[in-house]
Design a binder for this molecule. Sequence first.
Ligand code: ZN
Length: 138
Amino acid sequence: MDPKLPTAEHILAKILEEEFNVKVGICKFDDIGLLEVYSDVDLREVEIKFLEEKVNEVISRNLPVKKYILPREQAKKEVDLRKVPDKIQKIRIVDIQGFDKRPCKDEHVDNTSEIRKISIQSVERVGKDRYRFLFDVE
Ligand SMILES: [Zn+2]
């Protein structure tokens, strides 16, 4: 799997959280990336270009992406662990420095400059308040 996709996903997720107060659902990565979020705002009405520009602006800051493991007790002070099962006691944190920090076990790039650009291919409504983004990277 291309580590650019999960890294771009973190950036997109953060922007959606900040702009529209969404809750992140599932994500999947094959040839392209899939991210589902829960939102009160109809995200099909948001301009894709607006989101792409926001993500690409963060990518172009050339931010280092640090990964480290913390015991759960300590990790919970730094990140939201609601989606991490209780039995997992060693938490891997992915820190896009100065921008976003969240628990994740996938592989990510070491610097956002490696991604170059995101392109969002579609936004679909797949449930009452659930929206699915398909995206790719260059
Ligand atoms: Zn991740």
